[in-house]
Design a protein around this ligand. Structure first.
Ligand code: G3H
Ligand code: ZN
Length: 303
């Protein structure tokens, strides 16, 4: 199937009161696992890559692989840039054929320090003008999410949360198609107990006309996710949970292989090494973790 703008998928989710999962791909096995889960669950899909991918591999290569998988897919797929931090970088990924991009103007280009509202507005408007000319969906972010390993203190929490009125004027002024909101989630594993501020989400949803996005989906309790979807979340980003599934599977497989190798050594047999014996089960484990999220978000059977 040809790739679609994610706007189509999140608007259908908004109307159907479910959410579409957005899953990060970093290599062949993770991309294959994401597509396999969507096919199994008959679920619409947003597959996303980040600019940090560029430090690991040439994005052209990973995107080319994803396009081949999308061509063969029988479910609708959007190809999304996650956490684009500058206009230039977003343009580079637009050129690669993204059908959806995020300009994260809430933090500076290094993703370290908050940008001012004015700076966020300016860079977001620039990206919307270019992306919309190509029919590409734009996601932006307003408010401050905890970064990996960071826990926003109770004192700071209120200040970090997205303000409903500011969100409404931000969306009206920029023309973005979906808005990532700060409602208590954090990137990576939570330090301490996650506190999702659902009443804030409800207020934002009452004032903002576009679908809302939850980042930092890993570790959010199932019932908190289900409630957030009912209150207007139409896209949920999941990354760390896929990495954990990969790590645990590789760890188990290597422990088993180690035992086998010791027996082989003891009996004088030659050890047999095969990367596929490690990455194959890891791909399956990632697929199972992703499929479970699709069922939780309610997107299973919606393709
Ligand atoms: O943009 C990606 C996500 O926000 C991933 O968050 O690693 O906590 O699942 P996560
Ligand atoms: Zn994120």
């Amino acid at each position: 199937m040809p790739l679609v703008p994610s706007k189509e998928l999140v608007q259908a989710a908004d109307a159907g009161k479910y959410a579409v999962g957005a899953f990060n791909a970093v290599n062949m096995e993770s991309a294959q696992a994401i597509f396999a889960a969507a096919e199994q669950e008959r679920s619409p899909l947003i597959i996303q890559v980040t600019q940090t991918t560029m430090d690991y591999t040439n994005p052209d290569e990973l995107v080319a692989l994803i396009k081949v998988l999308a061509d063969r897919a029988t479910i609708p797929v959007a190809l999304h840039l996650d956490h684009g931090r500058s206009f230039d970088l977003v343009m580079r990924f637009l050129k690669l054929g993204m059908t959806s991009v995020m300009i994260d103007g809430s933090l500076d280009e290094k993703g370290k320090n908050p940008r001012s509202l004015e700076e966020n507005l300016a860079v977001t408007k620039q990206v919307v003008a270019a992306a919309h000319a190509l029919g590409v969906t734009v996601e932006a972010e307003l408010g401050r999410l905890g970064q990996i390993g960071e826990q926003i203190s109770a004192d700071d929490r209120d200040h970090a949360l997205t303000d409903p009125d500011e969100a409404a004027s931000f969306v009206a002024e920029t023309g973005v198609d979906m808005l990532a909101v700060a409602i208590g989630t954090t990137h990576g594993l939570f330090k301490g107990t996650p506190v999702i501020v659902h009443d804030r989400l409800e207020k934002i949803n009452q004032k903002v006309s576009v679908p809302l996005v939850m980042h930092g989906g890993t570790g959010v309790p199932d019932e908190a996710v289900t409630k957030a979807v009912k209150l207007g979340i139409c896209k949920v980003n999941i990354d760390t949970e896929i990495r954990v599934a990969f790590y645990n599977s590789v760890h188990n497989t290597i422990s088993k292989l180690e035992k086998g190798y010791q027996e082989a050594d003891a009996s004088g047999e030659v050890r047999k090494y095969d990367i596929r014996n490690i990455l194959g089960p890891a791909r399956e484990a990632m697929k199972d973790a992703i499929a479970a999220k699709m069922r939780l978000f309610g997107s299973s059977g919606k393709a």
